[in-house]
Design a protein around this ligand. Sequence first.
Ligand SMILES: Nc1ncnc2c1ncn2[C@@H]1O[C@H](COP(=O)(O)OP(=O)(O)O)[C@@H](O)[C@H]1O
Ligand SMILES: Cc1ncc(COP(=O)(O)O)c(N)n1
Length: 259
Amino acid sequence: MKKILTIAGSDCSGGAGIQADIKTITAHKMYAMSVVTALTAQNTTGVYGVFDMTPEFVEKQLDAIFTDIIPEAVKIGMVSNKEIIEIMSRKLEEYKISNIVLDPVMISTSGSKLLSDDGMKALIDRLFPIASIITPNIPEASCLSGLQIHTKKDMELAAIEIGKNYKGAVLIKGGHLADSSDDLLYMNGGIYWFYGENVNNTNTHGTGCTLSSAIACNIADNKDLKESVQAAKKYITGALNADLDLGKGSGPLNHCWDL
Ligand SMILES: Nc1ncnc2c1ncn2[C@@H]1O[C@H](COP(=O)(O)OP(=O)(O)O)[C@@H](O)[C@H]1O
Ligand SMILES: Cc1ncc(COP(=O)(O)O)c(N)n1
């Protein structure tokens, strides 16, 4: 069985973070492991508290995993702060871990900040260089490129701008653009569009976490990056179409459908 590690924050309401990742990995019939970087008290209406793990305990978790079970792919989500990022980058390099999918989580769908300002710089300097692919949403791509993004052409310009400083693949997710769910992959100077069915469902809590975990599973399954994104898009569309409606805000996805 393929083993996937998620390094991310916990969402006690089960919609995003570690919980979304484990559900996605299990739905792909793979073995999920998790390193928790932070606990959050959140639900479909907002984030009400964040409790960061100590860097030392993140290190202990990473050592416990990498000295015993080596994952075929790793997904990185919420990383909180600079100290945690520095430990992660050291450990991922020390154990020569490859196939890293990095979701640069900065702000939750409900608008809460999930990464400190110095964390942002450390993320770019320490984790971007070791990731095979980064998966910013539109606000994150805007922050990384310094460009406003309102159209698909803007997405292309932002991807090229991010690509100037980063050698890996960039997937800009289009979920925040009105009436479109098309995602853009920028890789080796080429632009590839992934056209998605725009599902009429406002329950999108955890879509980014789910997509990046699904990409990690597909990479572990020996698919190339384009095939991995295509298959992950199929998974997210299915989970949105499976239509769960929980909570008072933007609810979680339904992972209980036949892939
Ligand atoms: N209403 C929707 N219908 C279909 N796909 C969607 C919808 N909303 C988001 N997606 C898809 O979910 C994935 C995550 O995108 P997005 O919501 O932009 O990320 P994030 O959760 O990081 O903000 C992307 O593949 C995007 O195209
Ligand atoms: C622990 C954790 N990690 C990531 C997200 C972002 O997910 P989303 O953008 O879908 O709210 C979140 N809300 N909580």
